[in-house]
Design a protein around this ligand. Structure first.
Ligand code: SF4
Length: 212
């Protein structure tokens, strides 16, 4: 099967929208400030963005609070008129979906369920709030399965009747730009994906590295 170029799909959509007309509304799932930095920089010209901070995967709670506060600080410091919808910390749905998948490596079944859950919550919220599009910042990460995220977005778009904005945000040096913006705004850049399992795996890697 031919590989879909999701970066090009985003380029085409942005070209079609242009930057002079009325901007459609976009509910954008945000995992953290660093991933949102380039994404906001790029998309704010084309959309009226509302960020959706819905990440029950993040552990511990202090980490959740810190990532959310950094996201709010970024929006303030970028001087964007972007709203943020924040979900209260409730990790129960994540632990439910991760049952039996605790030892899976990153990009495995646990991650597919975790990303699918957050995307579905975003699609539901987009429907509820009347957003014209929904999407996520997650495709900026070189560690994530971009094709899976976009395929899931397309499936949920069908289910909820809200258009999904396809993307591969790491294209055009998007990931590199997010690192530059993180430095510029002194953003906290976490060294693990988010859940307790990714935290433990990162700590094990660091311990192994320090023994070499
Ligand atoms: S590693 Fe990241 S994507 Fe995978 S389950 Fe944990 S938080 Fe979710």
């Amino acid at each position: 099967m031919e590989k879909i170029n999701y970066g090009r799909l985003l380029d085409d959509k942005l070209r079609e929208l242009g930057i002079s007309g009325e901007r459609p509304s976009l509910l954008l799932h945000a995992c953290c400030a660093p991933c949102s930095s380039h994404t906001l920089w790029l998309l704010d010209k084309y959309f009226r963005i509302t960020l959706y901070f819905c990440n029950p995967n993040i552990a511990p709670e202090e980490e959740y609070d810190y990532r959310r506060e950094e996201l709010k600080r970024l929006v303030r410091e970028m001087r964007l008129s972007v709203q943020i919808i924040e979900e209260d910390y409730d990790p129960a749905p994540f632990y439910e979906l991760a049952k039996g998948l605790e030892d899976q490596p990153e990009r495995g079944e646990r991650c597919r369920k975790c990303i699918g859950y957050r995307l579905e919550k975003t699609a539901q919220k987009a429907k509820e709030t009347g957003a014209e599009y929904f999407s996520t910042t997650l495709t900026i990460s070189p560690h994530k399965d971009c094709a899976f995220i976009n395929e899931k977005g397309a499936e949920l778009s069908e289910k909820y009747g809200v258009p999904y904005l396809f993307s591969d945000l790491k294209k055009h040096d998007g990931y590199k730009h997010s690192i530059q913006l993180s430095k510029q705004y002194s953003l906290y850049r976490q060294d693990y994906c988010g859940c307790i399992y990714s935290k433990m795996s990162r700590e094990a890697q660091k311990a192994e590295g320090s023994q070499k």
